[in-house]
Every structure is written in structure tokens, then in C-alpha cells.
Design a protein around this ligand. Structure first.
Ligand code: SAH
Ligand code: DHB
Ligand code: MG
Length: 221
């Protein structure tokens, strides 16, 4: 088992070096996120590249992110936007949003990205209520307990073909049978993705600090 993890780490490092090299804006975003003592729970470089590619492949012009932190995943996603595209990222903590805005600005993406502060539950309800338009791609990555509810909101903000992504869908395997509230919520989220009549989905295992997963779903026509 240890050997397998060691090999997976070497493989991830190989893939990262080849396909997901860092650059000035990404490195500065990670550095400032760390210096501001925000939790170091952003996506990995390889997963950031995967998010970027999924946004490109789905031709996303409007992207919604739930859970900004320091804006590391935001930068990856926003880089896939075409001219005139936009990304709205929802974040509970004003302090996280401030760090993210600086990182996004430095990456040259301030013109296409808006970081909105508040509980995502309220922000999402507001967006549904205001009929503020639908999204082509929605990345869920905030508090895990909220995922089932975020998915319901995401579906209201989706059109046929919208791609819905969920980070941390495996959480070291705890999602399989652990009984804590976080694991139960993620299990419920995955089950909703699997059984939702408007969805086709899969969970892709991913190596981070531990084995985790990215849920990938598409809203049916
Ligand atoms: N997507 C980021 C990581 C996000 S970490 C990246 O990969 O770079 C999760 C973030 O969700 C944290 O910044 C946390 O403050 C935020 N969050 C937690 N609960 C939230 C809520 N109820 N509404 C909005 N954001 C929330
Ligand atoms: C945690 C949250 C995340 O979004 C993540 O990708 C990793 C860890 C956490 O809250 O521990
Ligand atoms: Mg996450």
C-alpha cells in the first residue's frame, strides 16, 4: 500500500512537471495564500490543469465557482474563458476574498472575475431569485456539508450541457463508509449525482495529499 502511494506520488510529480508547470502568477498566488495563513487546501497543480481543460473542452463562457480561498483554482478556470467570458466565485470569508482578488488581479484576470462575499447558500438563492443567467460550468468546492444543497442550486443555474464539478468527492476513501457528517454529506452528494434524472456523472480518483476525487457531471439535454 505504501509502495503504491509512493509510486502514485512519483507519477503525479511526473505529470505535473510535464503538463502543469507553475508560472509567476500561480506561484505568487500560492505564496500569498500561504503568507496570509489561509488553509492550504487548494487543488493540486495537475488538478488545476484538469479544471482548465474541462472548462476549455466545454466551451465555458460563464463559470460559477463555490469556494474561492486564495483564488488558485479560480485562476486556472478563468484562464480558459474566451474574450467577454466571466467567472463569479463565491466565498464566505472576507479575508480569503481579499487575498483572492489580489491574486486574480496579478494574474491579469480582474476584468473577467468577480469574487462575491457571503454564505454561498444565500448568494446562490439570490442568483436564482434574480434570474441572473445560467452557467456553462459550475465548480463546487466550499464546505462539504453544503454540497447536496449546492448541487440543487447549481441545477437551477444550469442549462442542458452545463458541466458541474465537485472537488473532494473521495476524501481519502472516507466517503465510502465513514459516518461523520462531512463524509455523509459527500456520500449524499455523490449519490445525487449518480441518481439525479437530469445528470450523467462520474467520480475520477485523484492523488493529492491523500487520495481524493473530482466529480464530473453534465446536465442532460
Ligand atoms: N477552490 C479553492 C479552494 C476552496 S477551499 C482552490 O482550489 O483554490 C474552500 C473555501 O470555501 C474556503 O475559502 C472557505 O472559506 C469557503 N467556504 C466555506 N464555507 C462556505 C460557505 N458557506 N459559503 C461560501 N464559501 C464557503
Ligand atoms: C478541505 C477542503 C477542501 O476543499 C479540500 O480540497 C481539501 C481539504 C478541508 O476542509 O479539510
Ligand atoms: Mg477542495
Amino acid at each position: 500500500m505504501d509502495d503504491t502511494i509512493t509510486l502514485l506520488r512519483r507519477i503525479d510529480a511526473y505529470v505535473e512537471e510535464l503538463f502543469a508547470p507553475s508560472d509567476e502568477a500561480l506561484a505568487a498566488a500560492l505564496r500569498d495564500t500561504e503568507e496570509a495563513r489561509l488553509p492550504e487546501i487548494q487543488v493540486s497543480p495537475a488538478q488545476g490543469k484538469l479544471l482548465y481543460l474541462l472548462a476549455l473542452i466545454s466551451n465555458a463562457r460563464r463559470i460559477l465557482e463555490i469556494g474561492t480561498l486564495g483564488g488558485y483554482s479560480t485562476i486556472h478556470l478563468a484562464r480558459a474563458l474566451p474574450d467577454g467570458g466571466e467567472l463569479i466565485s463565491l466565498e464566505l470569508e472576507e479575508e480569503h476574498a481579499e487575498v483572492a482578488r489580489r491574486n486574480i488581479e496579478r494574474a491579469g484576470l480582474a476584468g473577467s472575475v468577480e469574487v462575491r462575499v457571503g454564505d454561498a447558500r444565500a448568494s446562490l438563492a439570490e442568483m436564482v431569485e434574480a434570474d441572473a443567467g445560467l452557467f456553462d460550468l459550475i465548480f463546487i468546492d466550499a464546505d462539504k456539508e453544503g454540497y447536496p444543497e449546492y448541487l440543487d442550486h447549481a441545477l437551477r443555474l444550469s442549462h442542458p450541457g452545463t458541466v458541474i464539478l465537485g472537488d473532494n468527492a473521495i476524501r481519502g476513501g472516507s466517503v465510502i463508509d465513514a459516518s461523520d457528517t462531512t463524509s455523509s454529506a459527500m456520500r449524499e452528494f455523490n449519490q445525487k449525482l449518480a441518481e439525479g434524472p437530469r445528470l450523467e456523472a462520474i467520480v475520477l480518483p485523484i492523488l493529492r495529499e491523500r487520495i481524493d476525487g473530482l466529480a464530473i457531471a453534465r446536465v442532460r439535454a
